[in-house]
Every structure is written in C-alpha cells, then in structure tokens.
Design a binder for this molecule. Structure first.
Ligand code: SF4
Ligand code: SF4
Length: 352
C-alpha cells in the first residue's frame, strides 16, 4: 500500500547502490555527475520519500533523465527504474511544474476523437481486412506525422484497421499522468479486438505493461516468424546496406532486439551500428523539451552512422525516425532514414 507516498516502497528499496548502471546511462556519460546517474536519481527519490528533499528540488533530474531504461537491462537487482520514473513525474510534474508543451500534447491526445482528427484523412488508404490476425494500432502523432508507417505495416502483416481508436496512453504515463496513461491503454484494448499490432516500440512497451504481452505485438516481433517469405531490397544490383537503431523501450522494456535484426539480415546487407542500443535522444517528448541535451546525446551516434556508409538507417519507433531524420539532416549526413515497416515495403512483400 503506497499511503500517498510518491514512490512504491518495495521498488525504491530494491536498489542495492552497486553502481553497475552508471556506465549504461547516457546522461551520466554527459556529466559524469552522480546526481545524473540512475543510482543518483534513486537516491534523490529516496530523499523525497523520507521528506529530506521536496519534489520541486528534484525537478531538474526528473526531466534530464531520458527515461531510456538502459539502466534496467544492466541492473543485477531488477530495479524497475522506468516505473519509478513514471511515479516520480506523476508526483512532481503537476500544476505549474508541468511544461506548457507537455500540457498541450497531453490535451491533444487525451480524447479518442481528437486523435482521430489527427489521422482523419489517411484512413481511406488502408486495405480492408475483416478476418485479419491483428488489429493495427495507428498511434497518435504517428498517424499525423508518419501515416505511411502503418500503411506499410499492413502490406506485410494481415491487420484490420479501425479509425475508432485513441492514443495508447504512453505519452501520459511518461509525462506525469501515469494513472490516466493506464486507463487509456485499457480503453484502446477494449476498442481493438484480439492481438494488437503496433509499429511503435514505446507504445508496445506501455501497452504490454497494461494489457499483457499476449495481447500486444510489435511489428518486427510479428514479422520475424515470416522472414523466409521476404525478398531482398536491392540497390544497383546489391543488397541495400543498412543498420538498425534500437527502440529503448522495445529493447529494455520488452527485450525485443533480435527480431528486427533477423528481418534486416534476411532482406539487406545488415551491419551493426556500434551504439545501436544507446538512446538516440528522441525519448518521447525529450527532443522537444530538452533539445540541447537531445543534440548532445545524438552527437556520438551521428559520427557512428556517418562512418558506416549506409544506404539506410532503420528505426522501429516513429519518435526515433523523427529524431534520426532531423539530426542527420542538421549535420548534412546523407544516410536515409526509414522505419522498418517502410523498408520492408521496398522489398517484394509477402502479400504482394
Ligand atoms: S539501479 Fe540497479 S544497477 Fe543501479 S545502483 Fe541500483 S541496484 Fe545497482
Ligand atoms: S532511464 Fe536512461 S537516462 Fe534515465 S537514469 Fe536510466 S539509463 Fe540514465
């Protein structure tokens, strides 16, 4: 029982302060300051929990954290850092502590009808598939910014599409409205029958945490079982040279990282990006709220991508697609960016 404490006590107690997470943390890499590390942040949470610090005194670190969850994958004690961060922001990012941009974004996706409006003009281009294996989740900002990703996904996997769907609630859960975020995931689960297919790693992790892993399937996970049916993507008579940027929540939240590599290795000349599992700095709203830090986080990745001389860098999350496109363009790096579903659509697809 939480008894109005900001954090679930058992979650906070689990950290043994070993520090194994420090080398995995991108913000600690930027500052080398304990406070900007997972262990340092957990100590801040503990200080808040016992009243030594106010939530206001910890605002900066609650926002500087990317929420990438890389610390979870290396933690020997199984600390659920991502959930602790959601609890932290839900307690601290209230009233005037909530950024106006966050307020506007949450307002925009809070009701299903507003989300439908974002993609109202794109639905007519989908295939009608009544007996499909999956229900395709269209996302909220994805359907506005990158409607082609969902359409490409439907080319290769049998998925019915309903326009009557809202946001999955990940945006709320990660930006100070954890309970509303869970409610929205349940509402979406009620609207989409059977197995839900999503092209967003971040949405997949949030939805699966509420609805269960047996209901939620990320695109690469669903497609990996059918790779033998895919044809290669050729450029000038050679397989396209590609690398993958992992989705943090897909990798660290759902441990899905072999699947997109399996798909790419089948249809392309796949090379491993050295820091593929490192956050690209998109991190949901982070690239908007903390643009300078997001730039710094991307710096090393830009050099690594440029060095590989790729035809494409592939993402499995629309937010990462946007970040890669923006950051590479800014640095005049010519590597093209595609979501995995768009790249697979370039091959002779299964249903073609
Ligand atoms: S979060 Fe995990 S890895 Fe980091 S200090 Fe705590 S127990 Fe160690
Ligand atoms: S979520 Fe990412 S940025 Fe935040 S503490 Fe963990 S590793 Fe560091």
């Amino acid at each position: 029982m939480k008894q109005d404490l900001p954090f679930t006590p058992s979650r906070l107690e689990r950290c043994i302060s070993c520090g194994y997470c420090l080398p995995a943390c991108p913000t600690y890499a930027l500052t080398q300051e304990e406070e900007s590390s997972p262990r340092g942040r957990i100590n801040l949470m503990r200080a808040v929990q016992i009243g030594e610090l106010s939530l206001d005194q910890t605002l900066e670190q609650s926002s500087f954290c990317l929420g990438c969850r890389a610390c979870e994958s290396v933690c020997p004690a199984g600390v659920e850092y991502g959930t602790l961060l959601e609890e932290w922001r839900s307690a601290a990012w209230q009233g005037s502590n909530r950024n106006i941009i966050v307020k506007l974004l949450l307002f925009a996706v809070n009701q299903a009808w507003r989300v439908r409006f974002l993609g109202a003009f794109n639905l007519r281009n989908f295939k009608k598939q009544d007996q499909a294996e999956y229900s395709l989740m269209l996302g909220c900002f994805e359907r506005g910014l990158f409607p082609g990703i969902s359409k490409a996904a439907q080319l290769n996997l049998p998925a019915s599409v309903s326009g009557n769907q809202g946001c999955c609630g990940a945006l709320h859960a990660h930006n100070g409205e954890l309970e509303r975020g869970k409610e929205m995931a349940k509402e979406l689960g009620d609207k989409l029958p059977g197995k839900i297919l999503t092209t967003s790693g971040g949405c997949a992790a949030h939805l699966a945490s509420v609805l269960g892993k047996d209901r939620v399937f990320e695109y690469s996970q669903a497609l990996a079982a059918k790779v033998d049916q895919l044809k290669p993507v050729m450029i000038n008579g050679k397989k396209a040279r590609v690398a993958l940027q992992d989705s943090c929540h897909l990798r660290h939240g759902l441990q899905i990282f072999n699947e997109p590599r399996k798909v790419l290795a089948q249809i392309a000349d796949y090379v491993e990006l050295p820091g593929a599992s490192d956050c690209c700095g998109a991190a949901g709203t982070y690239a908007i709220l903390r643009a300078k830090d997001s730039n710094k986080v991307f710096e090393k990745k830009a050099k690594e991508i440029a060095k590989l001389d790729l035809d494409f860098i592939i993402s499995v999350n629309p937010g990462c697609t946007r970040q890669l496109k923006t950051q590479l363009k800014k640095r005049k790096i010519k590597t093209k960016v595609l979501h995995l579903a768009e790249f697979v659509a370039l091959s002779n697809s299964i249903n073609a």
